[in-house]
Design a protein. Structure first.
Lengths: 164, 164, 164, 164, 164, 164
């Protein structure tokens, strides 16, 4: 079996928590695709292109990880790429609730696609992209929670947003 | 990658919920081992041998699933069998809490072993071995929740236990 | 006792999960009123009138179910209609938390009104109006989660929204 | 419709929290049966007969409430009594999880029986029979959590248990 | 040790639940600062100045409680004021999740600052500022959940907002 | 204010998670008492005396921490020692539920005693005394979760228990 899994998300921006999961998935499956969900006017801080670029930069160390983006239903994207496995992270029980509903909804639409959950390292379990954005906006040190290149991009974005 | 995963549990007895997970894991990994945890005087209804026999009977339809038992720490068993992946089921958020603690404890003892979670079909999500045992003990129809051979074994065990 | 209960919600749109609850409540109480909460500029996809019309169409099979709408506090509406019982669905524990707070708040304002909770069929427990709206917007098959007339209305609404 | 509901439990012993629920159910349904589950060697503090007697004494103020006991599956008892509704209390989200599983299990065995949930007054939400037993055993004032007759019975039972 | 704690929040508006916590914290620490988080365009109902004024009025009975406001990261504010303890209220388990993530994030940024949790009186545990705002907007009696001066301010604000 | 807090528990045995909390409490209050709950035939692995001795050894580094034991209700012990504050750890949301009920029960019995919650370092959040006992019994390395002296005592106890 040549196994292929997809780890999808908004990654706005990608954090140490996401990267920890990438490492776990990359050693469990033969190939992994990181798929960035298009914004669809949801008001992400970074554009789809920017998020893809940041993700690409920080996962380049994993030889069996590829980066992609998608617009529309995740299950359609998974099928188009020929994958059968969706990877999700479970940081906490609030994740669980949401993931439970999403998994059952996806399974109803695509019974052949299996969703698999992984737990991040406990010291990354509390990091969320939204709190990282907020910390950066308030002048906090985002570098504690994201790789240096992402921290730089965040600072620049914050400066650009605050300009009059 | 020839992937090998281990799905361990007490299986006292194995239910439709467990079997649903076996099916999901068996199509995601090349090989799957179902490992029955030894009783260790914990007062299981069925002996380790009986549980292994019942499991073996109901999973015989899966060509890539093997049955084993173990006594001691799960992570030691996983390493002995040369596996790197532990499969767990997440039926509900109370599972999640317990699984979260167990996964992090196991990871501390065996950082190279990854734990992977799967969600059963929603109509099996509420079945637990303990409620099946209780229903059988009260004369209810256990066959709604377990395969026929397991239901027969349960009825026989209940009759044997109630004998004066 | 001629019992009258009220099942209120946004119903944007009504799903198989809501309908399952209507059936359970309709057989438990003599009369049931489905009350659609007015939008109040909250940005519902369907207008109050559209939601009432969709609800009315799909619950017409229940002889003892009536459809109404209300604007303002639910407890005021319940009193105006002469009811003493509010019906709520509990799909999952995240519902529970919110329902707990709302019930205690309503009870403080109207101690004579009792709130009663029902659980939907497990295969409907993960359906939410918001995920149905999202699936329809992305071109997915909403008909898996809502009755045909609602699915048609959703498709039409999505087409109307996307027009330039 | 002449509605009949059953509120079953161990009631070891009955607390202010249980009584609050009895009051809510008694005003929502025409008739209510309080059914005490037989001990079945589960090591209750009070015998089935003692628990029935205590329950009978404290619910005598409700004209439409009857007391019964049962041994076996609750759904069988509900059918024998000709009821269609099971009443359950939801004190907290840990209750919810357990209730969710029990309700779905009961529904599988008896699809015609509906389970209905009520929330106790918030100041009773934290009372559990087990903590009341523990407080009495340690010489605390159980009268804060149970009616006077139950508090007396608890004190007497504790004295009897501690005798050499 | 002359202990100083900070209880921060949006307080939009301050409720009986918040006040209960203020009382508990004020008797546990030598000095307590109530710090109102600046709005930062988050669309609070009351301006920062209005919220500070309402808080100041209702906590004036506590001799060791001071009112302040801050803009930016809480941990920076805590350090500026020379405090080492952050007070948080735990109303329910949904709070817990959020608080858990926020506490660990703050701890990563300021390891010397300790977060301490208190539970409000159970009859205030379900009150949230957002539901109070909604009740006031719908013409309900906010005075059940907030002090008289806050209720008056809410009514006035609602009238002002509804003016054409 | 010379503040005195009590951190009570079974400590069967004390873990790195408990010790992390001791450190946090010891720097927040002037004096801290660690109070070991007597066994009362609950089948602890270590006797009350053994647990007190192990706790005393590992907390001797904290100059303002004292060790005690108690038999009976915690609130009675707290009053006898002249304390007003109970310290509790919140490792996860399952703790929260239990703690919520215990805190409200204690508060009803002793309204003048305040319970305060602290969160352990995330890497200790999953350690429980029961899993440590189980790991030791199965020959695992308990030294990953408890101090060396406790690990030695565990090994010795396990050997003594297994003797024929």
């Amino acid at each position: 079996m040549n196994s292929l899994a997809i780890y999808a998300g908004t990654f706005d921006p990608i954090t140490f928590g996401h990267l920890d999961l990438v490492g776990r998935a990359a050693k469990t499956f033969d190939r992994l695709i990181l798929s960035v969900a298009a914004s669809r006017g949801k008001g992400t801080l970074f554009t789809t292109e920017e998020r893809v670029a940041l993700v690409r930069e920080v996962v380049s160390v994993f030889p069996n990880v590829e980066v992609d983006s998608f617009d529309g239903l995740l299950v359609d994207h998974v099928r188009e790429r020929g994958a059968r496995v969706i990877i999700r992270g479970l940081r906490a029980f609030s994740d669980f609730e949401f993931e439970f509903q999403m998994t059952l909804t996806n399974r109803r639409m695509a019974p052949d696609v299996e969703t698999i959950f992984l737990m991040p390292k406990e010291e990354y379990s509390y990091i969320s992209s939204s709190s990282v954005r907020e910390i950066a906006a308030m002048g906090g040190n985002a570098g504690l929670f994201v790789p240096p290149s992402v921290a730089s991009a965040l600072e620049e974005k914050v400066r650009a947003t605050e300009k009059p």
